[in-house]
Unconditional design. Structure first.
Length: 79
């Protein structure tokens, strides 16, 4: 009996809530814009400086070297 009353109450509240909604039609104003056909490409200035890049034999070797550091807590202690 309690479940039937609960379902009836939920349906009653739902229909009452949907009956309160006002659905007015709202007219939307549209804006027309023109199409731009010309585009300017930015000029990129290149510098004529030479830089040296370090090459490693294996991919990620610099990262592996920096992550393989040892601390005092990592070293084994003798009993």
């Amino acid at each position: 009996m309690k479940t039937i009353a609960t379902i009836f109450f939920i349906l009653f509240i739902g229909t009452a809530a949907s009956a309160q909604e006002n659905t007015d039609l709202v007219k939307i104003e549209t804006i027309t814009t023109g199409i731009v056909t010309q585009t300017q490409q930015p000029t990129i200035k290149t510098e004529k400086t030479q830089e040296v890049a370090r090459l490693y034999k294996f991919k990620g070797s610099r990262i592996k070297k920096e992550l393989s550091f040892a601390t005092k807590r990592n070293s084994p202690k003798m009993a």
